[in-house]
Design a binder for this molecule. Sequence first.
Ligand code: ADP
Ligand code: MG
Length: 381
Amino acid sequence: MRPDPTILIVDDNAANRRLYQATLGDLGAELFMASSGEAALELCDAHPYAMVLLDVHLSGMDGFQVAHAIRDKCPGLDAPIVFVSAVYVHEQDTYRGYRLGAVDYILSPIVPEILRAKAANFIRMYRLRVEAQQQAQAIEKAYRELRTVHAEMEGFSYSVSHDLRTPLGQVAGFADLMAMGHAGELPAKAREYVGYIQGAAHRMNSLIDDMLLLGNMSRTEMQVQPVDLSHLAQSLLMELSTLRPQAHLSWEVMPGMQAQGDQRLLRVALSNLLSNAWKYSAGVPRPFIEVGSRAEAGETVFLVRDNGAGFDVHAAGERLFRPFQRFHADSVFQGNGVGLAIVQRVIDKHGGRIWVESAPGRGAAFFFTLGRLSSRPAPLV
Ligand SMILES: Nc1ncnc2c1ncn2[C@@H]1O[C@H](COP(=O)(O)OP(=O)(O)O)[C@@H](O)[C@H]1O
Ligand SMILES: [Mg+2]
């Protein structure tokens, strides 16, 4: 659509055309004149037109035939047609006109002020449509650019993570060899340093794992199926109690929580939420983790809550789900800040939402929903 409005005027009477010129000439729209139906057809696809002013009683093709032919020849022209007639137009013909895109009938001799007001309105509407179209195009362009950048970033982080694995494996491997095979030959300080190297290599390895997972997320095809979230949470908590025992920690998982989703991705999300709850509740005397769900406004809201360190959600704001954002010092709680970004991507992929309630020293509650996904059978591997 071109930004400057145009009006097509079809009338075989030269005096009428001059009158229209004088009436509409200064409304900010360029006027195109056709003295016959045939001439109008020549012009119909030249512009999108804000309005077509069409004389019903043309010699040769009448106005309705012209409107019909215009719709046939220039299907892209959806300009409103205003018919002008010197005599009363039969009701049946009126409807015929409306079906062809007429929006109005006016009687001639026309009242210039009324025609001006109508034309000004159509011009305004045209400008609004152009504006909306330009905005839609700008949004689409920005969206396309964003998707490209996003895909590039994901590809980049994926390949970097991949390439880091090999040298890191060597660092960790040689550190292990030194610790196991040559520990006796090393002074105590050197053994301590080797321990630091092993710890750092281990942390970097899990960071690479997480970055690969995040970088891979948009490429991951979802296998939607019924998932027993209660069972999943129980087994993840059991796993944590073996890997990271905490003497006084207890938990409660609501039984029978079912969801539709990708089992593997939901496991990843829940595992991150639960290991956060586990980690950040370590400092309180009686750590307690709760996993549950409730029905709210027609959807199921799932919840993972702990009574641990909590954090200032308001200060965190939108950064909370961004990669590498942390709200506790590394010296107090170690981490890489990628976990919640992964959780959000999983919830996003399921068409759900996630939000948090927390305050420093008052625990944290993560709530999430999963969109309404339908099951697709998993492919046979
Ligand atoms: N259950 C929780 N209790 C307190 N703080 C949390 C909790 N979960 C997440 N956070 C805060 O959000 C930050 C980001 O979480 P996450 O992405 O999982 O990274 P991390 O590797 O640090 O656990 C954490 O560093 C922590 O400050
Ligand atoms: Mg975490």
